[in-house]
Design a protein around this ligand. Structure first.
Ligand code: ADP
Ligand code: ZN
Length: 621
């Protein structure tokens, strides 16, 4: 007997309604069809396979790359009384046997496995003996060599559709660049799957990206001071930087802990827990922290150094503001970072084509650093999305435009070159053609050569121009075609009179010697005044005030925290901050008023309703 998905959503998980696209995906999969679901971090991907696993007969087999990620979901499911388990190498044999028995007895709604376990012959045999509701492929970009963390074992999932043609497969990911998406469909052998994609825009997250300077340390301190008492992550490149940064912030009076792969499992776990429970405000971490982390009230993310790729940066910044409230991100970069990242790729042990992919993804990140128009627009365009508005009003460039200069000549030169020689060259080839006589490009005509000669720019400047042309959509990297660059329609338009602006500030960033007498940038000409509370966020939003919270909100939070402690669960399992905030404003007096609050379902009312209503009543009295 198939269960109704909305009823399952409400009764099992306590959510009132599906998020955009969740309902469509769920019905599509319940009907037995394949789906690829692209949603940003925090979009609610897991519900897309959890609900159909419960609704359909049999067990949902979920392939997930990390044991810690599985554990978080299992905690969540267990808390909601859903029958779920995992099979992985960290479990004792007797525990594994117990899970197998429950599986064979048809008691489980969901089973989590790693791709390694999935490929295991014994496990494959086990699969033949049970009723399977669906296959869920979490973090499915791992299947693609263009995805940013390719896992060879994921490749074996390509046999799924052959072996189990009648079982629906649902792959989910927060990566959406078109090459990766095509490759996922190809690798999973599900060309006919319906692709569901929500917007990747996270309008409540603000973006600020700055060239590193002597002032940057102070800027970080100011940024963190303005957010004292709130939760945030500082992402650093390696374990040494993590340790040093954590110590520095501690010395500056912040409560902070470190997280990196060099620590023991126990220490890492403790520090993660302390952060999740709100005992420390700031976690200083490497990329190792975050996958599958569901802390909804992260209010800020800082990258003191350039991240490795646009995907990584967007995923890391995307961990903020999952509760829908405002969150701020601050990123720094400089020429040294660029060389360091390039060296890391160069020295890495990937294949040539993997390295090419990594360089292109780093360039995409740099493109967003150097862009002269809305950063949000640039990121979304990279993910194949058109952002209709010209300004998002929530990135540093929209708030305070950068100084630009006419770059039409540079753009025309590159477009004409590629039109003549074809899309058989990468950024490096073009740059070396532009400023040296030794390049793979040998066939261009003398008119093209003259156009380049007329432009006075060094190699690093040309690199930057190419990245800016990429990020503004004039050029495009074809990852699936050796990372070669081609001209887009917008690029051709430059030949017909469309203007192209280059960032006037960039030249200073990548040269070691500051240009003397260069015009001050728009930003340094009109420095923003710090607000009285020391917050440099220029728009006069009321976020700072409201996040401190009214006395009622504080009382509700204390009650929520107490309940969480008492039950030994994470705070947001009890209730999200955003729901508490609405409660403090609406002040419901009974269950039926309480259910009107977003994020409060019947399950939550049954468990916690009275406790919160009591707080509100006491407060009103
Ligand atoms: P993702 O895997 O896409 O990063 P999750 O599946 O972890 O996101 O969901 C993010 C958060 O949103 C979780 O706290 C989850 O419980 C919550 N959530 C998911 N779907 C809904 C819904 N329909 N209504 C309310 N909250 C939801
Ligand atoms: Zn913007």
């Amino acid at each position: 007997m198939a269960l109704n998905p909305l009823t399952v959503l409400k009764q099992a998980f306590g959510f009132d309604s599906f998020r955009p696209l969740q309902g469509e995906v769920v019905n599509h999969v319940i009907d037995g069809n394949d789906a690829l679901v692209l949603m940003p971090t925090g979009g609610g991907k897991s519900m897309c396979y959890m609900v159909p696993s419960i609704c359909r007969d049999g067990v949902g087999i979920i392939v997930s790359p990390l044991i810690s990620l599985m554990q978080d979901q299992l905690d969540f499911l267990e808390f909601h009384g859903v029958e779920a388990a995992s099979l992985n190498s960290s479990m004792s044999l007797s525990d594994q046997n117990e899970v197998k028995e429950r599986l064979l007895a048809g008691e489980l709604d969901l089973l989590y496995v790693t791709p390694e376990r999935f490929s295991n012959a014994q496990f494959q045999k086990l699969l033949g003996e049970i009723d399977i509701a669906l296959f869920g492929i979490d973090e499915s970009h791992c299947v693609s060599q263009w995805g940013h963390d390719f896992r060879p074992d994921y490749r074996n999932l390509g046999l799924l559709k052959q072996k189990f043609p009648s079982v629906p497969v649902i792959a989910v990911t927060a990566t959406a660049d078109p090459e990766t998406v095509d490759d996922i469909l190809l690798s999973l052998d599900m060309a006919d799957a319906k692709v569901f994609k929500t917007s990747f825009d996270r309008p409540n997250i603000s973006y600020t990206i700055k060239p590193k300077s002597k002032k940057s340390k102070q800027e970080i301190i100011d940024f963190l001071t303005a957010r004292k008492g709130e939760s945030g992550i500082v992402y650093c490149i390696g374990r040494n930087t993590v340790e040093k940064t954590a110590q520095w912030l501690k010395d500056e009076g912040f409560t902070t802990l470190a997280y990196h792969a060099g620590m023991s499992d126990a220490d890492r776990y403790d520090n993660q827990q302390a952060f999740m429970d709100g005992q420390v405000d700031i976690l200083v971490a490497t990329v190792a922290f975050g996958m599958g982390i569901d802390k909804s009230d992260i209010r800020f993310i800082v990258h003191p150094d350039l991240p490795s790729s646009l995907e990584a940066w967007y995923q890391e910044t995307g961990r903020a503001g999952r509760d829908g409230l405002n969150a701020d991100t601050l990123t720094f970069y400089n020429a040294g970072d660029i060389s360091k990242r390039r060296r890391m790729i160069h020295k890495g042990n990937g294949s040539t084509s993997n390295k090419r992919t990594s360089y292109a993804k780093l360039d995409a990140m740099l493109g967003v650093c150097e862009t002269v128009s809305c950063r949000r627009k640039a990121v979304l365009s990279y993910f194949g999305e058109t952002y209709a508005a010209t300004s998002c009003a929530n990135c540093d460039i929209c708030k305070s435009p950068v100084q630009t200069r006419d770059g039409t000549a540079e753009a025309k030169a590159v477009v004409n070159l590629l039109n003549e020689v074809g899309d058989r060259y990468d950024a490096y080839d073009i740059v070396s053609y532009a400023c040296t006589s030794t390049s793979k490009i040998k066939t261009a005509s003398s008119a093209i050569r003259d156009a380049f000669n007329a432009i006075d720019a060094k190699g690093h400047e040309w690199s930057s121009y190419i990245r800016q042309m990429l990020s503004s959509g004039l050029l495009k990297v074809n990852l699936a075609n050796y990372g070669y660059i081609s001209v887009t329609e917008a690029g051709q338009a430059v030949l017909n009179g469309a203007a192209f602006e280059l960032n006037a500030e960039k030249v200073q960033i990548e040269t070691t010697v500051k240009k003397v007498g260069s015009k001050p940038s728009a930003r340094s000409a009109a420095p923003r005044k710090p607000r009285e509370d020391g917050d440099y966020v220029s728009s006069g939003t009321s976020r700072r005030k409201s996040s401190k919270g009214s006395p009622l909100l504080e009382a509700l939070r204390r009650e929520r925290n107490r309940l969480a402690r008492e039950m030994g669960v994470k705070k947001y399992y009890v209730i999200h901050d955003s729901a508490l905030k609405e409660m403090s404003e609406q002040r419901p007096r009974n269950g039926s008023e309480l259910i009107a609050i977003k994020g409060v379902g019947q399950a939550k009312i049954d468990r916690f309703g009275t406790a919160f209503l009591n707080v509100i009543e006491r407060y009103a009295a």
